[in-house]
Design a protein around this ligand. Structure first.
Ligand code: 13P
Ligand code: SF4
Length: 311
């Protein structure tokens, strides 16, 4: 086994220089989710929401993808581009919501509802994706469900996204009981308090938020959906109902507008694990390579590709 790399204590500038050096040597592309810490977002070749990053992972010609995000995102990149090396800088960066449903749960739900299609939010494991008909992200969940021929849809794992979809389709949605600890912990009373503090600000909410929070929002959007909305909206103040990492790009791309987090507690601990030094280490020491057993990968690819083809 390759020896563990030495613990690196370096300045941000040193980490940036090391990252650049090894990125060029490896011919790598760096993808970062919109919730990553500011300096990791700034060092990435592309930042985006889950859908944008999946599309980029599927079409990049780079032999190495460093995915600054969480496990299911890097896993999706590997599923879509098995010939590439996909590196997750921090092995432990998981998504607690993805862990709320197993492949066995999906098989059981199918037995109980044999007529239903099964849709998995991309925030799920490769094993779960391998059991479902199609994946979706927060950006396309409603369109994916509406594009299916079945009238009944088992939707895993996020109950709040399932509720959002159910409100925008005539189909019967059978939800799973999972949720995101960051978004589901945002309660109406915090929204009310934030609105009282910033009465001019429009509220934008992520569909992983509770239904009563989404009902208060001017728009319910994926992270990149919020970035696009703000660009063309005539307003100048916004309350952002998603993980605080998105505020970095919102402020960078809209310097004349003002953004407030609805709650400063909306921090995804897993997303915040990755530092610039971790990204540089990933490149220098070729760690941590994602592997998905081929039978699982092929079936999971089917569900992800079905999503990319549908919308
Ligand atoms: P987006 O696809 O909207 O970026 O969301 C991913 C996610 O994990 C939300 O918590
Ligand atoms: Fe998972 Fe929630 Fe973190 Fe998104 S914010 S990665 S859903 S725990």
């Amino acid at each position: 086994m390759k020896p563990a790399p030495p613990a690196t204590v370096e300045t941000l500038d040193q980490a940036r220089a090391r990252l650049q050096l090894w990125k060029e040597k490896r011919g790598a592309v760096i993808l970062a989710h919109n919730y990553q810490i500011d300096e990791v977002q700034d060092a990435a070749d592309y930042t985006g929401d889950s859908l944008e990053l999946s599309r980029l992972a599927a079409k990049t010609t780079a032999p190495v993808i460093v995915f600054a995000g969480v496990q299911f995102m890097a896993e999706s990149a590997k599923i879509l581009s098995p010939e590439k090396t996909v590196l997750l800088p921090v092995r432990e960066a998981g998504c607690p919501m993805a862990d709320t449903v197993t492949a066995e749960d999906v098989r059981r739900a199918r037995q109980q509802h044999p007529q239903a299609a099964v849709v998995a939010y991309v925030n799920s494991s490769a094993e779960v994706k391998a059991e479902v008909d199609v994946c979706c992200t927060s950006a396309n969940a409603v369109q994916i469900v509406n594009a299916l021929t079945q009238d009944e849809v088992i939707f895993v794992p996020d109950k709040n996204l399932a509720d959002w979809v159910a409100r925008h389709t005539s189909k019967r949605i059978i939800p799973w009981a999972g949720s995101c600890c960051v978004h589901n912990d945002l309660h109406l009373k915090e929204v009310t308090r934030a609105r009282a503090e910033h009465p001019q600000a429009a509220l934008l909410a992520h569909p992983e938020c509770r239904p009563e929070v989404c009902a208060q929002a001017q728009a319910v959007l994926s992270t990149s959906g919020m970035l696009k909305f703000v660009k063309t909206d005539p307003g100048s103040e916004y309350l952002i109902g998603t993980e605080v990492g998105l505020l970095h790009r919102l402020r960078q791309e809209n310097p004349t507008k003002t953004f407030y987090p609805v709650s400063a507690a909306m921090v995804c601990r897993s997303m915040k694990l990755t530092t610039l030094s971790h990204v540089a280490d990933a490149l220098e020491f070729n760690q941590h390579a994602i592997e998905v057993p081929e039978p699982v990968r092929a079936r999971a690819a089917h569900a992800l590709e079905a999503m990319l083809q549908l919308v």
